[in-house]
Design a binder for this molecule. Structure first.
Ligand code: PLP
Length: 360
């Protein structure tokens, strides 16, 4: 067996230790005589799995008691509709900061249900920076402000939260969840599809302040109402059982690694190796302004499309896969989520140095 270094933006690498545990437990979980995949979601064994997963996530992220944790389906993209349906309920208004495709999709979907306003955008420079805002930029009557915390495609991150005053802040944290500590109490809602940093695709994590639940628009489908899932502890219908089980193993792995402070240290170390090289290279360049760089997604270019394609092909042959940039931006992108070991990044940089020498 030879496993590659997978720099995919998502679905992406999972910790090898987690995959091994899952493999060991594939045919029989505990002494149940069955796989978690085959288990009734109403069984006491599964109940213990989902409850432990929630408890571990609450511990790792330090989630206050006045927040619900929901394990939903439909990906982050379903949250683009679910958030406005449930939250745009006082003045039917929401403000958006447009920092890339995902932020824009959230904005466009919300505009179907109410008055969505783009407050700021970095589209003018291919989303290579996070636009600056002040409290005065936001509508005091807005039901919420939405941001995409880490912009997976462009490699930017809000390293500082916008000042939104008393307006509830909603954040898509799909590609940065669990990468570093986050002060949950600053947010009304946090949501993340699992397939970047948590688990296989299928489960979407929603962390929502409890007082915001229960005011959905009248025509909100039952399945898109947070109340439905809150009242039923994410068991209104069959949850994505196996993804939640793997998420639970990942939470245990993070605890063992030392929690989010430790993940942050490791992630900063990994990102620095790559960014330092990009800043010193004559061939490769990062595409994002320094202060807004992401810890998780690192886009870079040579400035020559043919050379980019050659690099992607040779990297793949050398065992560094999925390093091609998003189809909308080209170039390269190395996604270095929690499960990417430090040596994966070190070896990639060695490979880039060699490529630069050979193609200078
Ligand atoms: C991947 C991604 C999405 C889309 O997630 P799905 O689960 O595929 O709907 C949304 N937002 C961000 C920031 C992402 O990285």
């Amino acid at each position: 067996m030879s496993r590659v270094y997978n720099f995919s933006a998502g679905p992406s690498m999972l910790p090898e230790e987690v995959l091994k545990t899952a493999a060991d437990e594939m045919l029989e979980y505990g002494t149940t005589g069955q796989s978690v995949m085959e288990m009734s979601h109403r069984s006491k064994e599964y109940d213990a799995i989902i409850k432990q997963a929630e408890a571990d996530l609450r511990e790792i992220m330090n989630i206050p008691d006045n927040y619900d944790v929901l394990f939903l389906q439909g990906g982050a993209s379903t949250q683009f509709a679910m958030v406005p349906l449930n939250l745009m309920n006082k003045n039917n208004k929401a403000d958006f900061i447009i920092t890339g495709q995902w932020a824009n999709k959230a904005y466009k979907e919300a505009a179907r249900y109410g008055n969505a306003r783009a407050v700021a955008s970095s589209a003018d420079k291919t989303y290579s920076y996070i636009p600056k805002t002040t409290a005065a930029d936001f509508d005091k009557d807005a039901d919420y402000v939405h941001i995409c915390m880490n912009n997976t495609i462009y490699g930017t991150k809000f390293n500082e939260l916008p000042d939104v005053g008393d307006i509830p802040l909603v954040a898509d944290i799909s590609s940065c969840i669990l990468s570093e500590p986050i002060d949950v109490s600053k947010f009304a809602v946090l949501y993340a599809g699992a397939q970047k940093n948590v688990a296989p695709a299928g489960v979407t994590i929603v962390i929502i302040r409890k007082d915001l639940i229960g005011n959905a628009m009248d025509f909100t489908p039952t399945m898109l109402n947070y109340k439905t899932h809150s009242e039923n502890a994410s068991m209104f219908n069959t949850p994505p059982c196996y993804s939640i089980y793997i998420a639970g193993l990942v939470f245990k792995w993070i605890k063992k690694m030392g929690g989010l402070e430790q993940m942050k240290k490791i992630n900063e170390k990994k990102a620095k190796i790559l960014y330092d090289f990009l800043d010193s290279s004559k061939m490769f360049k990062g595409t994002v302004v320094k202060e807004d760089r992401s810890l998780m997604n690192v886009p870079f270019i040579t400035g020559n499309d043919e050379l980019d394609a050659k690099f992607v092909a040779e990297a793949k042959a050398a065992g560094f896969v999925n390093i091609k940039g998003h189809r909308s931006v080209g170039g390269m992108r190395a996604s270095i989520y929690n499960a990417m070991p430090i040596e994966g990044v070190e070896k990639l940089v060695e490979f880039m140095k060699k490529f630069e020498e050979e193609n200078a």
